[in-house]
Design a protein around this ligand. Structure first.
Ligand SMILES: C[S@@+](CC[C@H](N)C(=O)[O-])C[C@H]1O[C@@H](n2cnc3c(N)ncnc32)[C@H](O)[C@@H]1O
Length: 285
């Protein structure tokens, strides 16, 4: 890390809506249109190829059928929502708390040469306001770490699903529960990660499964993808170097440097077995 303290975090609002309004344009250069990790099967794969693989794993977990009403909770700029509509014939609705995200998602959908386009709205995944049982499929693709009340997120997903409907979730996870002393020893690193990625909290896959269960969702698949996603960080670093000038113009030099430093921190936390990546699916009973 180039900076040893968290100075600056006081001035920065890292609440997810504000954070994503600030970073979305830069993120599309650093991460690509899929604002999520890649799942790599080969060393020479590109990041877009690998991020698309994660989307397809989520689609398999959701088990899309043509005509399904599909809710994408935390939709970024809507790339995966759009793909689900085009390739599976679902009726897609993407929600996010970021106004900039909705704006970019609507623009992307308008530019797509597709008959069916998803709709995008500003709504909170922890209190989405949709009627009960109004969707066949719901997913949260790497958005749950930004929602403080995970129980509320899963309860809302369960509430809006029809009986027999499916939910899928993937995200950064805690590989094992971590003790307070470990959290304390990592406070500088975690502070920097929060500045870069927004105010985030991680859970173990076990905790997610328990929360899903108590929301009336029966988990039928779970998988640890930590090893497969690790190459994502070196790709992000490459993108950061390639787009340095534009990203610095969009979010500032300091935030660019923080992003580069965050890649190294994440690699270390991955290699120490502290953070990882998981996916699960569940059916509404
Ligand atoms: C890492 S991005 C993932 C975006 C998208 N799923 C993708 O894979 O491209 C996290 C997304 O979650 C959204 N988000 C954060 N908190 C949210 C909340 N409480 N309700 C809905 N969306 C939220 C952010 O605005 C952002 O769009």
């Amino acid at each position: 890390m180039s900076r040893a303290d968290t100075a600056g975090s006081e001035q920065l609002d890292i609440s997810p809506a504000v954070h994503y309004d600030r970073v979305t344009d830069a993120w599309t250069l650093l991460l690509g249109n899929d604002l999520h990790y890649g799942v790599f099967e080969h060393d020479d794969e590109t990041l877009p190829h690998a991020t698309h693989r994660l989307t397809t794993l989520m689609a398999a977990a959701a088990d899309f059928r043509s005509g399904d009403r599909f809710l994408d909770v935390g939709c970024g700029i809507g790339n995966s929502t759009q793909w689900a509509v085009e390739s599976h014939g679902v009726v897609g609705v993407g929600i996010t708390t970021s106004g900039r995200g909705v704006e970019r998602a609507r623009r992307l959908a308008a530019a797509a040469d597709a008959g069916q386009v998803p709709t995008f709205e500003i709504r909170d995944g922890m209190c989405n306001g949709f009627p009960d049982e109004s969707f066949d499929k719901v997913w949260a693709l790497e958005s749950s770490h930004l929602m403080r009340d995970r129980q509320a997120l899963l309860r809302e997903c369960g509430r809006v699903l029809r009986p027999g409907g499916r939910m899928a979730l993937c995200d950064i996870i805690l590989v094992e529960p971590i003790s307070f002393p470990v959290v304390r020893s990592l406070r500088t690193e975690l502070g920097l990660l929060n500045r870069v990625f927004g105010d985030a909290r991680m859970e173990t896959l076990d905790t997610y499964a328990q929360l899903a269960q108590s929301a009336g969702l029966e988990v039928d698949m779970r998988r640890d993808l930590s090893a497969e996603v690790r190459r994502t960080f070196s790709c992000w670093r490459t993108n950061a170097t390639m787009h340095r000038d534009t990203v610095c113009r969009l979010i500032g030099n300091e935030a660019w440097q923080d992003f580069v430093d965050s890649c190294e921190i994440l690699e270390t936390l991955w290699d120490r077995g502290i953070l990882g990546y998981g996916i699960f699916s569940a059916v509404k009973v």
